[in-house]
Design a protein around this ligand. Structure first.
Ligand SMILES: Nc1nc2c(c(=O)[nH]1)N[C@H]1C(S)=C(S)[C@@H](COP(=O)(O)O)O[C@H]1N2
Ligand SMILES: [Mo]
Length: 273
């Protein structure tokens, strides 16, 4: 699945805070003051979490190890996953933005994960949009008719590599406003799957509606290549690569937490940072 390429260093996660802050200050257009406040808040929050972690001393591991399992994970760890999810949601509610970069930083895409990409895309491809009893079929031109947004963001795979990529497409939010349910509840969900249903992701609606979540049809200034998800994929820089589903066939708005390919293999359903 992965290319025989040397592993790349994990850029973002290992960057010292100062560099990250510097980058954010230089490159993100929304109000610098907001961003600086956000970074301050994040720093204070991680100090707090770190402080609590260091209070848990010896013997704690033994206690943890012997706890009842919930969803295959000892419940204190499961609680921690839920807490992470809640923290991510808190940030989203403040419209946290992923850092953006300059054109000079853009890198070549990789190609990873080919579930649901067997053969060439159907030349008569349509996007099915379901919501309750309502079902629509859209063409790529319908998506291209929405305001075009471009962004240069870092794409991170949980396998430990990342790429700075230039995406072009429509905001999921604009798509949802036009083609989704009238009363889209930010506490509902969105399910997205490939035409053959071999790969599927579940998203909380708040993440789907985030301003940097795109239905992308261009990568690095060109129409998406087949291996990168032509004709349409998700670019969602606040989530790991697993949620950036390629070759979308159907999008469903739903009240139930949808199935998710990698969550079923034991990965965190939320997969955000
Ligand atoms: N349809 C589909 N989308 C997918 C995957 C997949 O296997 N099938 N893999 C995911 C993972 S794990 C990663 S890292 C990215 C890789 O995107 P790329 O091939 O454009 O680099 O696609 C994501 N989207
Ligand atoms: Mo990935």
């Amino acid at each position: 699945m992965s290319e025989p390429q040397p592993a790349t260093p994990v850029a973002a996660e290992t960057q010292p805070q100062a560099t990250q802050a510097e980058e954010t200050r230089q490159r993100v257009d929304p109000s610098d003051a907001d961003i600086q406040r956000e970074i301050g808040r994040r720093t204070r929050r991680s100090l707090l979490v770190g402080g609590i972690a260091s209070l848990i001393g010896a013997g704690a591991w033994e206690w943890l190890r012997t706890r009842r399992e919930d969803d295959d994970v000892q419940w204190p760890l499961r609680l921690a996953l839920r807490a992470n999810e809640q923290i991510s949601r808190d940030y989203l509610s403040e419209t946290r933005l992923a850092p953006t970069f300059s054109p000079a930083d853009v890198e070549q895409p990789r190609r990873n994960g080919m579930y649901g990409l067997d053969g060439n895309p159907d030349p008569n491809w349509k996007l099915t949009v379901d919501s309750g009893d309502d079902s629509k079929e859209l063409s790529l031109d319908d998506i291209k008719a929405l305001p075009k947004v471009e962004m240069i963001t870092e794409f991170k795979c949980i396998e430990g590599w990342s790429r700075i990529l230039h995406w072009g497409g429509a905001r999921f939010r604009d798509f949802a406003e036009k083609y989704g349910p009238d009363d889209l509840d930010p506490n509902s969900y969105v399910s997205i799957e490939t035409p053959d249903k071999q790969y599927y992701v579940g998203l909380d609606a708040a993440s789907a509606l985030h301003p940097q979540t795109l239905l992308a049809y261009e990568l690095n200034g060109k129409p998406l290549a087949v291996e990168n998800g032509a004709p349409l994929r998700l670019a969602i820089p606040l989530k790991y690569g697993v949620k950036n589903i390629k070759r979308i066939g159907r999008i469903e708005f739903t009240d139930h937490r949808p199935a998710d390919y990698w969550a079923e293999q034991g990965y965190d359903w939320y997969a955000g940072f």
